[in-house]
Write a protein that binds this ligand. Sequence first.
Ligand code: ADP
Ligand code: MG
Length: 363
Amino acid sequence: MHYLCKLEIINTYTPILMLKNKDENRTPLSSLGEFGLIEHLTKHFTVSQESTLKGVGDDAAVIKSEQAQVLTTDLLIEGVHFDLAYMPLKHLGYKAVVVNLSDVYAMNAKATQITVSIAVSNRFSLEALEELYAGIQTACKVYNVDLVGGDTSSSVTGLIISITAVGVANEDQIVYRDGASDTDLLVVSGDLGAAHMGMQVLEREKQVFKVNPNSQPDLEAYTYLIERQLKPEARKDITELLEALDVKPTSMIDISDGLSSEVIHLTKASDIGCNVYEDKIPMDPQFINVCEEFEVDSTTMALNGGEDYELLFTIKSEDFPKIKGNPNLTVIGHMTKASEGVHLITRANTKIPIVARGWNSLK
Ligand code: ADP
Ligand code: MG
């Protein structure tokens, strides 16, 4: 199962499924010992943030800061959050960092450091972990964050990764979920739903592979979707763009669970309502095509798919001229009084309640 997709960090990949039977080039982890392993995996990392006073190598990292610090953690478990049958380890490393940084940017902060903790079973070789760390290192370079520590342990089965990200911001620049008011506009970056449909395509190929391991999937028509699933990006650029445009969002969240869930989070936290317009939800043409192919409703997928890692935020209506016409930003709705509820206004101009993880299309 070699997917030949146009991914920036790797061109071809060998999923674990294939590696199990090919034992050339496999160094067992036990041959290094914990200390040797940490040293081996982290020796190519350099630190570039001025605030990193001490990175890997002491009992704790030391970070200097005069600004407010933002701290976030994610836990990723094999079989729950990722499937190594189609997730190459290099991509997994990259994505694990990116999803964490996305939370830092969603606070309107600048990400500066991460720690990476892993638990691995003896199923994994040194070469497999080198791949994982190569992805982590690429993400550190792309987003300019320092790896400053972590922990290493064995696990009975599978792979567990926990990443913590640190960021900084001036206290008055931090954007919370609860700052929206009922006259604000709702804005989203990028387009939605593609990562979810990318996973649907990969799941389908996995089933085909199980039946015929020699099949070579043609994924040419799905490259964008697969890239969104296997190599998502965090919208650091959007926080920088907003700063350049002199727009401070009144509330913000990153889209990890799907637009509908995140709209609910913002409206609940801010104690307001919201109207989202179906015809405004940004979608990529490839996403629309694949929804037709899978015979699923594109709006439902864009609302509930998740893993987009786009930023969803509210702005004061007087800031609208500053963002108007920007191809990276789409106004998809407006906030309302809490008593008006949270609704999707469909193309047919009907009002459907948005509920967390789904909207009721039968009503
Ligand atoms: P301790 O026993 O004091 O926790 P460790 O031997 O676990 O120390 O770690 C030694 C150093 O290596 C520390 O700086 C720690 O943060 C770092 N480290 C440990 N595991 C990892 C890892 N998987 N990735 C990056 N850094 C790590
Ligand atoms: Mg330790």
